[in-house]
Design a protein around this ligand. Structure first.
Ligand SMILES: Cc1cc2nc3c(=O)[nH]c(=O)nc-3n(C[C@H](O)[C@H](O)[C@H](O)COP(=O)(O)O)c2cc1C
Length: 204
């Protein structure tokens, strides 16, 4: 039997990337965050559709400093992303990729890519702490490769942030708003995933 404990001082950041409020990925994210909170870990959730995040202009304004020159909500979100011990990103599949809101946020992390690969500076605020990331998604169709393009983007983004990809919870054939509530295990799986994300195995 494995012995585990939760780490209550963790900073856990949830990011809701769907433009549809209270839709399927929102419901899944809510359950993952509830699983995290059940371990006495504090959570913060940001809803991208409520934020002002312009697309990256590739102006190279970040090239010398690693700081983005576009003054919008991405300024404080960069700090949250650099501080978080766990990042949980939820986005449905839109045209085989992430939503525009999610992709704009990821592209704006080009400043952090510059920080890491050009300026050779640490992206995490606490580089010694383990950082883990998790991806939640749904898609309306049942294509076999439905989530692969999105997962490739998420992995590339987590690598830039020095975050270990900890896995995903994805469901195909989920289209109508709220359809995920009819899935036999999805919401329970999401709660369990949240618990697991903030639990460390003491016997490893
Ligand atoms: C603009 C747009 C593009 C979409 N593209 C796809 C797609 O490529 N593949 C797919 O399976 N579902 C696609 N869908 C369906 C959504 O993934 C599906 O409705 C999902 O349940 C929405 O999740 P949400 O409720 O969290 O917003 C698309 C929906 C929209 C609005």
């Amino acid at each position: 039997m494995s012995k585990t404990k939760s780490v209550s001082k963790l900073k856990v950041l949830g990011i809701a990337g769907s433009p549809r409020r209270d839709g399927n990925t929102d419901l899944l994210l809510h359950q993952v965050m509830a699983g995290v909170a059940s371990q006495q870990v504090q959570t913060k959730t940001v809803i991208l559709t409520q934020l002002n995040i312009a697309p990256c202009r590739h102006c190279d304004g970040c090239l010398k400093t690693g700081k983005c020159v576009v003054d919008d909500d991405m300024q404080w979100l960069h700090t949250d992303l650099r501080e978080a011990d766990r990042i949980i990103l939820a986005s449905p599949v839109f045209f085989m990729g992430l939503t525009a809101q999610t992709k704009a946020m990821i592209d704006r992390c080009q400043a952090l890519w510059i920080m890491k690969y050009v300026l050779k500076l640490p992206v995490p605020i606490n580089p010694d702490k383990e950082r883990r990331g998790f991806f939640i998604s749904v898609g309306g169709t049942k294509l076999s490769n439905l989530f692969q393009p999105a997962i490739a983007t998420i992995k590339s983004w987590f690598t830039t942030l020095d975050i270990k990809y900890d896995g995903e919870l994805v469901f195909s054939g989920i289209d109508e708003k709220g359809a995920i509530t009819k899935h036999p295990t999805a919401l329970k799986d999401a709660f369990a995933a949240g618990q697991q994300l903030v639990t460390v195995n003491l016997l490893k």
